[in-house]
Design a protein around this ligand. Structure first.
Ligand SMILES: [Zn+2]
Length: 237
């Protein structure tokens, strides 16, 4: 894949996230590692996820400095640079502010295996609580990367979510799944509270089936569906 195709891929990720309900004004961002392992593409500041184009995409190094592109860089770049530095197998990092995970994180309860999407994060959903401010400093980015560990996603309490995939499809789909998982548990809690959920054995089995195994291509196929839906103007939810 050449750099122009990678920029288009990043733009499609941004647009699918927006289309699936994760847009938040000009905030939220996606990064994609370049073959030169210490460089990555990133959505610029000042544009919504839904309106960014390939020409707007900037190139950034692992020190969080823009090295190419005319648009401005997001101040929360350490989220991306420090996760990409800490996780060599990760190629795509996403940070968005979906309402359900933010509200869910304020309740300080574990995510129960109530649905397929909930099971994807079963026993694998760290919550970063050291601060609730924007992640603008390298040290904060390092803390988030450490909290994320080897997981697919981390919730930034009272702030948003971060997902990390070996592919763009994984990072996007896990962002969509995490939003839907939190929506499901909030709905159950609003309806009198969950009374039953999957056993640990079932939850672990469903986790791999629904969420795929990093690098197996299943999330890329799911992402391709959402790209088609987005281009058709259909409904992503
Ligand atoms: Zn943020």
């Amino acid at each position: 894949m050449n750099i122009e195709e990678m920029k288009e891929l990043l733009v499609n990720a941004c647009k699918v996230l927006a289309f699936a309900g994760q847009k938040d004004g000009i905030w939220g961002h996606v990064s994609l590692r370049l073959p030169q392992k210490d460089l990555f593409l990133m959505k610029p500041w000042g544009f919504g996820l839904e309106e960014v184009t390939a020409e707007d995409v900037i190139t950034v190094n692992l020190d969080g400095q823009k090295v190419e592109g005319t648009r401005k860089i997001h101040t929360e770049v350490p989220l991306h640079s420090e996760i990409l530095r800490a996780r060599p197998e990760v190629n795509c990092v996403i940070h968005t502010h979906p309402l359900a995970p933010i509200a869910f994180s304020a309740l300080d309860v574990p995510l129960l295996p109530l649905s397929n999407e909930c099971c994807v994060f079963y026993e694998e959903l760290p919550v970063y609580s050291a601060c609730t401010d924007l992640i603008r400093e390298k040290s904060r980015g390092e803390e988030v990367a450490q909290c994320l560990g080897g997981s697919r996603a981390v919730i930034l309490r009272n702030h948003g979510i971060v997902t990390a995939g070996t592919t763009v499809g994984e990072a996007v789909m896990w962002a969509l799944f995490l939003d839907r998982a939190c929506q499901t548990q909030l709905l159950a809690m609003q309806s009198g509270g969950p009374k039953c959920w999957s056993t640990r054995e079932d939850a672990l089995g469903r986790k791999a089936k629904q969420g795929g195994v990093p690098g197996d291509g299943r999330m890329d196929a799911a992402f391709a569906y959402y790209v088609r839906q987005m281009k058709l103007g259909g409904c992503c939810q």
